[in-house]
Design a protein around this ligand. Sequence first.
Ligand SMILES: Cc1ncc(COP(=O)(O)O)c(C=O)c1O
Length: 436
Amino acid sequence: MQKTKRAPVLKPKADPRLSDAEQFLLPTYKRQPFVFTHGRGAYVYDSTGKKYLDFLGGIAVNALGHAHPRIVKVIRREAARAIHLSNLYHNAYQGPLARKLVEISGMDRVFFSNSGAEAADGALKFARLCARTASDAPDKPGAKHRILAMQNSFHGRTFGGVSVTFPEKYRLPFAPLLPGVEFVRFNDIADLESKFDDTVCAVIFETIQGEGGIHPATEAFWNRARSLTTQHGALLIADEIQCGLGRTGRYFAYQKFSSKPDIVLIAKPLAAGLPLGAILASEAVASRLSPGLHGTTFGGGPLVCATALEFLSVIDQKKLLENVRARSAELREGLAKLASKFDFIREIRGEGLILGIEVSVDGNPFAAEALRQGLIINCTHDFTLRLLPPFIITRAQVREFLRLFELVLAKTPKSISAAPAQNAANPPRFAHSAAR
Ligand SMILES: Cc1ncc(COP(=O)(O)O)c(C=O)c1O
């Protein structure tokens, strides 16, 4: 058993690894001044031995928690066989993993990438490819090349990914970006309709917006996006990189709707922490691809694919989708009680184990206080506290979370910064009624 000492947070100068990081890393992240060294289940430990309950899971990655014995065993076994072989040859696990993903998603074919952004980027390429006709000049934009993305979206940091990501801070410093992208107000059917015509080749959105503050797509919006894309011969691309692969208590968030997208993007938890993403596509999309049109050196190697097969097998055998639903109900009940106690909680949103707690004061100090209390959560969009715990959490850990979180809500100094703007993706406060 690990020691559970709750020691004070290290000062930056005390650990040479921190000064190395400060001196030699590109300054792309604002990191906390301590070093996490290892994890076990739903807990992470820092170099002083301090224990943290991890309700962020490496931002939706560690769905089986840390050091899951079955995952460790497969990684050890496969590392001793072949870590990498090359996509010029078959390996033992890529085909079986593609079959399993097709079975659980209802899609037809799979391309493996290394990350979510790379999957999103590939999907945008596929959309352009599918829309291209013989009458399009090969060196000019095709007649059908526009892409509709959503306000409040996040799809990753590649050029394609940032081009369809809404916040200007991620996008504008790198302009000019992918041409032909327009943003629609999320869940606003009239806005979607007004921007739609035959020049659109794809609509891309997160089935539940994650970085944007946990905003689920409405059924009406999904249905209209599906009917418009079908009518105009465009692709509907569902980004399930954060909300997919079991996080909602279903394998895919879109499975509560009656129709499927043409492309689904997944990544984060797929290989239980190893880098692996995928584009799941319909047969119609697949029919436009041929050898050489798209590729990757690392994507879909034997080590990551074997690990992903084990991840999906653990979910099945341990009935983790049921656990996600049961723990979610307990969490929501506890959060609703906290919302009636703390009036700065405006709304609780999300489904399964992707939950957002919107506050009317600056949310960032809550995440900092949570760390002091030995709890990992994060704050996204300044006003939404985000919970992405592992699928293996127990009822006792939900109770532990609620106890720690109440302490955090009570102790955090509240700074009255501007309240979040209200728009279609961020409606005025209503009862704590978001879908489960
Ligand atoms: C919805 C969504 N799409 C795409 C990405 C990008 O994935 P990655 O960081 O693996 O490139 C993320 C990452 O947070 C995401 O949440």
